[in-house]
Design a protein around this ligand. Sequence first.
Ligand code: GYE
Length: 327
Amino acid sequence: MTLVTRRTILLAASALGAVGLTAGLAFADLPPLAKKDTYKVGFAQTESNNPWRIAQTKSMQDKAAELGYQLVYTDAAGSAAKQVADVNSMIAQGVDLIFLAPREEKPLIPAVMAAKKAGIPVILLDRNVDQALAKAGEDYVTFIGSDFIDEGKRVAEWLAKNANGKSKIIELEGTTGSSPANDRKKGFDEAITAAGGFTILASQSGDFARDKGRQVAEALLQAHPDADVIYAHNDEMAMGAIAALEAAGKVPGKDVLVLSIDGGKEAVQAVVDGKIAAVVECNPRFGPKAFETMARYAAGEKIEAWVKNVDKFYDPSNAAAELPNAY
Ligand code: GYE
């Protein structure tokens, strides 16, 4: 029989303390990932109703196929509740790791926690979760994605320089409760207020969707016929807003400046055509970086809390030259 003395317990406790200090307690909390020749990996997508999502899915599928990994792919069809169920089903199927694009910041927290509890590491792709409720390096490995606050800020700074007297803004927000919608609004609103001389007449969600963006733009243009700027949180809503402007007999790019984020081919072409004034890129080709980060994690590397994507910027000065590179 082993005699556990008070001294043994104290020694064990201080050894644990030392591990906590050197490796960082947070890192010690995460489920590990074994080094293997092949993996079964989950990718929980939010929806597939736009070119950005389709390009992202393709990039993930292509890279998984190239590596010879099995990809368990789900599409939540625009429902956070379905996305939680999708993640639970991946857990039940015993995937090695889950790539999750959390549709909204709060409702996906239970999915992150369930995977952690089941010992499956999660890497967040393109959208983040509420930082007060879950943390990188503790509850999930890392967030791979853009700086959405900076994207909004870059749009505002461009506008402040190139407005040519236009100043009355309609803002089309992305999906309510999603990190890109929250942060693209914060970055833009703060920077445009700091610039001075601009008014945000109305700001409403178009759910990152083209037709919803068109409908919301139509209603807001009727309520605010003097609007001369539309800032859309993504290309799809910007294209919807252009349709609404044209239906109302207004000329986009002349009567009303349209600004956007994403930088898909259609939007960059619209910059060339003068219908969109400027667009910040948000590149959806996540495959290479996602699987490279997974490999680094399996190799035992401590992953930074945020693997940041760098975004380009398109305006009339470079849109034509950049068009072939846009997704
Ligand atoms: O801008 C939008 C998409 O989460 C960064 O989601 C992504 C955004 C992207 O539906 O078009």
